[in-house]
Design a protein around this ligand. Structure first.
Ligand SMILES: Cc1cc2nc3c(=O)[nH]c(=O)nc-3n(C[C@H](O)[C@H](O)[C@H](O)COP(=O)(O)OP(=O)(O)OC[C@H]3O[C@@H](n4cnc5c(N)ncnc54)[C@H](O)[C@@H]3O)c2cc1C
Length: 323
């Protein structure tokens, strides 16, 4: 086991919120900052969206006049901000445990092994993820191959390995429509989108934006269960007696906060939403612990999260100056 180094601030997550928080702290004179992330690169979710000729830009830069950019470019911008500082960044480092009272964080990585570090203040900026099949309850039936989440789709797309030609997408949020566009750009047919609600949750103006690349058909059902079909590979879904053919399924779930660490550390989270309980300053139930970005629930774009990280850092600064 290594370390026990003390920092002024530790940030869990090098996504837009974590980098926003780190930059604000750094620019305000806090020099001993550690950012920890389990990914091999800075940028969080945007870093998975590869820049491609003719590809789909799904991240907005509102502060630059409101234009869409590739996630990869957004992530590179975050990386360039950090590269001009001496903020310490530990990548490939999974945070496994926190101790709220000791204000310590335990992480592991292949190079350092197990490391325990502590700080005056800690920001949880671990983002959110899609609900898995079990959490989506209404998915029954087989578990063949070629059933994936949009995050896995992004990984395959990064490596030009998208295997689906006739896609069916379960869920109808913005991420679902972005996935449909991505698949079309990669050579697939227009997707079939199925959801257990009567209208898509993706707002109309965003659906119109994605029409530039694709025109998926939406099928809404007021049902509790949907069945995945296929023995070795997904061949379709059965909903309310209606069968939809496909050669691959992408699941785009509602987003839920990555708040498990808070739960482990006895920091209060709201059940069942799993949103950490915060006060108006984004301070968590334990002194010295803060939260920023998509861990706070809902669906927020990357730049919103970046500014939210900065806002949270403002509260961290006040806390550090008093302690
Ligand atoms: C699948 C998916 C697709 C999305 N697509 C879009 C899109 O196209 N456009 C858009 O505007 N928004 C999109 N979003 C919303 C997106 O989450 C936000 O835009 C933004 O990235 C949130 O910033 P964040 O910093 O809060 O979290 P994230 O970007 O999720 O960053 C959190 C970071 O914390 C790290 N982390 C989490 N837990 C641990 C741990 N235990 N130890 C170490 N590190 C940890 C993660 O590796 C990650 O890098 C998408 C979200 C998801 C889940």
């Amino acid at each position: 086991m290594n370390s026990n180094k003390d920092y002024k601030a530790i940030i869990i997550g090098a996504g837009p919120a974590g980098i926003g928080a780190a930059m604000k702290l750094y620019k305000s004179g806090v020099k001993s900052i550690l950012v920890v992330d389990r990914n091999d690169r800075i940028g969080g979710i945007p870093s998975f969206y590869k820049k491609k000729k003719g590809g789909v830009r799904t991240f907005m830069r509102w502060s630059r006049g409101g234009y869409p950019v590739f996630g990869e470019d957004f992530a590179k911008w975050l990386e360039s901000l950090i590269s001009e500082t001496d903020i310490e960044v530990k990548l490939d480092s999974q945070v496994l445990e926190i101790d709220a009272k000791k204000k310590s964080v335990t992480f592991v990585n292949p190079k350092d092994g197990k490391v325990i570090v502590s700080a005056d203040a800690i920001v949880m900026a671990s983002g959110s993820r899609e609900e898995n099949i079990a959490e989506r309850k209404w998915l029954a039936g087989a578990r063949p191959s070629r059933v994936m989440y949009t995050k896995q789709l992004l990984n395959l797309d990064r490596n030009d390995l998208l295997p689906i030609k006739k896609p069916l997408i379960i869920g109808s949020d913005t991420i679902a429509y972005a996935a449909a566009a991505k698949l079309k750009v990669a050579g697939a047919a227009d997707a079939i989108i199925v959801d257990n609600r009567s209208n898509p949750t993706c707002p109309i103006h965003e659906r119109l934006y994605f029409r530039f690349w694709t025109n998926p058909s939406f099928h809404g059902f007021n049902v509790d269960t949907m069945e995945i079909k296929g023995k070795e590979s997904a061949t379709g879904v059965l909903v309310n007696g209606k069968h939809f053919d496909c050669d691959g399924i992408v699941i785009s779930g509602e987003l839920i906060p990555n708040s498990e660490l808070a739960l482990i550390g006895d920091i209060k989270i709201d059940i069942p939403s799993r949103v950490p309980v915060v006060n108006k300053d984004h301070q968590l139930s334990e002194s010295g612990w803060f939260a920023a970005g998509n861990i706070l629930g809902g669906f927020h774009g990357a730049e919103w999260c970046y500014f939210n990280g900065k806002k949270t850092a403002g509260s961290v600064l006040k806390y550090i100056s008093k302690s």
